[in-house]
Design a protein around this ligand. Structure first.
Ligand code: GAP
Length: 539
């Protein structure tokens, strides 16, 4: 990882944001080679997800959306309320709305089914070292001792074998007392829309209400801020739900079909880590695939496999990718199943993309909040309830959601190779080579005049302009010895180097060097473009 970070800076892939001012934690800039690599990843994703498919269309929505979108999606639910997470079920809820058992009360945990109950017993044992008793889907053993203490009581015992801090309430769905600290939930970046500075209104409100206590002031200020508050999107997905009808109708799409989008997302992450793996500003490539209710399982498997194939198709080490099915207790509240596509990073396997079965949750929520009819009418199908021809339903959704910048990290790690190779004198020398898939490589071909005279630069420049006209990113490079130039392009991951030498002026041939094998071949200079085009297509 350290070597990749260092090479990223030296070769212009990734720089720390605002480095000359000491850097901004968790923000990164993509340099001259990084921006090309990023665009190539995104272009390949768009090609495979949109251009090559009849059943997927694309959109490019604004980053700032109507604030009601975030109310409906649940992202804003706890923005100004203290939120708590159940440490076992991951349920997130408002502390002030939670049930409050008192001293002497039992604390039974009611699970959704027996399977979940079994999983929770294991999770609680692992985390708290106590084994709750299970009766069907209910777990027993915990009891409130006083306002701030709860205990684990084994069968028939009147003294607790273990005590734990009690928060005074339990989670609303399961009744779990195993809870995180209360937190102000501030996932989204907030800004204000409109030219009037909200600080002026806040100042006069505070001046006029000096008698209010802290909590009352906060409520008043929140009301002022709310009027012009807008949020930077924390995922690109919501625009696809909100524009479901417009997209479906304008393009006459029939279910199953998908809406895809790539773009920036922003999250106030609690932990930012591992270089660009988790940052506050990042890019996503997401697709919402709308399907008939009941078919979600087969489509989930389909997209899981498609996406895995895509990632592996550009990798040197496909064995470093794997799936991981989410356990029931780690599923998001809107999902009925989910797979993570994971990569083996230097710190172990971790998420690269999530492929989730999001049910009909989002469309229903947006329909409920907006009043729009976000449903689909299939004339060819019978309504399963009435048996009549024609079926109106809310589609279920399968969502492959990938991180662009996380993908870029994966391909940087995958490409990095150190090799011992013979130098010009036949002696061992080491080289660093970035073995990017040719279609992802930032520069596809470097054109190198052996010397800066005898008409060689002119031939090289003409060739470069031919590559540009064909849409191939080429680079003219005349600095330093030819050996150094080859090494430089090995580090940049340039798959082909074409050298213009004395023989070119005699017989019109050039050499083309392959980055990985380092083999050189003489070809006609007039065929160079076709040769590179063919290799890129076949790669
Ligand atoms: N719409 C669903 C969604 O956003 P997610 O698992 O939170 O799901 C999808 O995000 C992908 O976006 C992740 O698999 C990851 O690749 C990327 N991602 C999420 N948070 C990120 C962050 N803070 N920094 C970089 N990439 C991130």
């Amino acid at each position: 990882m350290e070597k990749v970070i260092s090479l990223s800076k030296q070769r212009g892939f990734v720089f720390q944001s605002s480095e000359i001012y000491g850097g901004l934690k968790s923000a990164y800039d993509y340099g001259p080679l990084g921006v090309e690599l990023k665009r190539n990843i995104m272009n390949e994703w768009w090609r495979s997800m949109v251009h090559e498919r009849e059943d997927v269309i694309g959109i490019d929505a604004s980053i700032i959306m109507h604030t009601k979108v975030w109310h409906a999606s649940g992202h804003l639910a706890g923005f100004s309320d203290p939120l708590v997470d159940c440490l076992i079920s991951k349920e997130r809820f408002r502390a002030d709305k939670a049930p409050r058992p008192v001293a002497g009360d039992e604390l039974p945990i009611e699970c959704a089914d027996k399977g979940q109950a079994k999983n929770y017993v294991e999770a609680i044992q692992k985390r708290f070292n106590i084994e709750l008793k299970r009766n069907g889907k209910i777990l027993y053993g915990m009891k409130v001792i006083d306002d701030s203490t709860m205990g684990f009581f084994t069968d028939g015992g009147d003294k607790p074998t273990e005590t734990f801090p009690y928060r005074g309430y339990v989670s609303p769905t399961f009744g779990s007392p195993f809870l995180s600290d209360e937190r102000q939930f501030n996932l989204m970046f907030r800004s204000q829309i409109g030219p009037i500075d909200v600080l002026g209104d806040i100042t006069s409100y505070v001046e006029k209400n000096k008698e209010l206590d802290g909590k009352e002031l906060r409520t008043g200020i929140e009301e002022i801020v709310k009027k012009s508050a807008v949020y930077l999107r924390p995922e690109t997905a919501q625009a696809m739900f909100v524009q479901f009808l417009n997209c479906q109708q304008s393009m006459s799409m029939k279910v199953p079909f998908g809406i895809a989008q790539m773009g920036k997302s922003f999250r106030n992450e609690v932990t930012v880590e591992h270089f660009i793996f988790r940052s506050c500003e990042f890019e996503q490539m997401e697709m919402e695939f709308f399907v008939e209710p009941g078919t979600q399982k087969e489509w989930l498997d389909y997209w899981r496999d498609k996406r895995m194939e895509w990632w592996q198709g550009f990798a040197n080490n496909p064995e470093k990718f794997r799936y991981r099915a989410h356990e029931k207790d780690e599923l998001a509240h809107y999902a009925d199943a989910c797979y993570d596509i994971e990569y083996e990073y230097p710190w172990g396997f971790d998420e690269l993309e999530g492929v989730a079965s999001r049910t009909d949750y989002d469309l229903k929520k947006h329909a409920e909040h907006s009043g729009a009819k976000l449903s689909y009418f299939d004339q060819q199908k019978q309504d399963p309830e009435t048996g009549k021809n024609g079926w109106r339903y809310t589609p279920y959704v399968i969502e492959p959601a990938a991180g662009v910048t996380r993908g870029l990290l994966v391909y940087l790690l995958d490409a990095y190779h150190e090799e011992t190779v013979p130098n010009a004198d036949g002696e061992d020398s080491s080289r660093v080579v970035m073995k990017f898939h040719p279609r992802l490589a930032p520069i596809k071909v470097a054109v190198l005049p052996l010397v800066k005279k005898e008409g060689l630069p002119e031939i090289a420049r003409e060739m470069v302009s031919g590559f540009f006209k064909a849409g191939i990113n080429a680079r003219y490079d005349e600095q330093h010895s030819i050996g150094k130039r080859y090494r430089r392009h090995d580090e940049a991951g340039t798959p082909y180097c074409i050298t213009i030498d004395g023989q070119t002026t005699e017989d019109g041939t050039v050499t083309i060097r392959d980055r990985d094998t380092m083999e050189q071949e003489r070809i006609s200079k007039d065929e160079a473009l076709q040769v590179v085009q063919k290799r890129l297509i076949e790669s």
